[in-house]
Design a protein around this ligand. Structure first.
Ligand code: AMP
Length: 187
């Protein structure tokens, strides 16, 4: 089963992705984690993206798409993909479609964790203290939220027409969100 998790930064995608990975023996595809790793390892890609990441801007589709393609064509991960933070633009969504078709896969479920800006700000402030993430300062949070909302809107429109798209209230407790996802993954 391949699943896409949508939602602005701080919506709880990471937490829910980890739950689904465990439940479905899946593989979490977090482009945020993959990109942070490139920075940590100080790779050529890492050097190119550090400024955009720290300014709450999206990394170019070209870079993100190339990183994702290796994962999709990995036979060990086939039909076990839990996407967290990808696709985030229409171009990424179309690229994903193409790669999935080429690898004989499809998206089974799309979950949109919908959360308002105030809740996100509160949550990310808390996470900054707990996880010490360098891109988690208030200014960046707001920029990331706004960038997400404006750029991801067309992606939502792209997927929301399909029967497998489910919007979930992301302000609910973690367990309640998990229960709602269980309902659809158990079908
Ligand atoms: P996240 O951990 O998903 O909140 O992502 C952190 C940051 O990584 C974002 O603010 C972007 O700068 C970058 N990023 C993560 N995923 C993507 C993506 N699919 N496309 C472009 N930039 C991304």
């Amino acid at each position: 089963m391949n699943i896409i998790l949508f939602g602005p930064p701080g919506a709880g995608k990471g937490t829910q992705a980890k739950y689904l990975v465990k439940k479905l023996n899946g593989f979490q595809v977090s482009t945020g984690d993959i990109l942070r790793d490139e920075i940590k390892k100080d790779t050529e890609i890492g050097k190119k993206i550090i400024n955009d990441m720290n300014n709450g801007k999206f990394v170019s589709d070209e870079i993100v798409n190339s990183l994702i393609s290796n994962i999709i064509f990995d036979p060990q991960k086939k039909n076990r993909l839990i996407f967290d933070g990808y696709p985030r633009s229409l171009s990424q969504a179309k690229n994903l479609d193409l790669l999935l078709k080429k690898s004989n896969q499809r998206i089974d479920l799309v979950f949109y964790l919908n959360v308002n800006k105030e809740t996100i700000i509160k949550r990310i402030k808390k996470r900054k203290i707990e996880e010490k993430r360098s891109d988690d300062n208030l200014d960046t949070i707001i920029k990331r939220y706004d960038t997400y909302m404006s750029t991801t809107k067309p992606v939502l429109d792209f997927y929301s027409k399909n029967m497998n798209f489910h919007e979930i209230d992301g302000t609910l407790e973690i367990g309640k969100i998990t229960n709602k996802m269980d309902f659809f993954t158990n079908l």
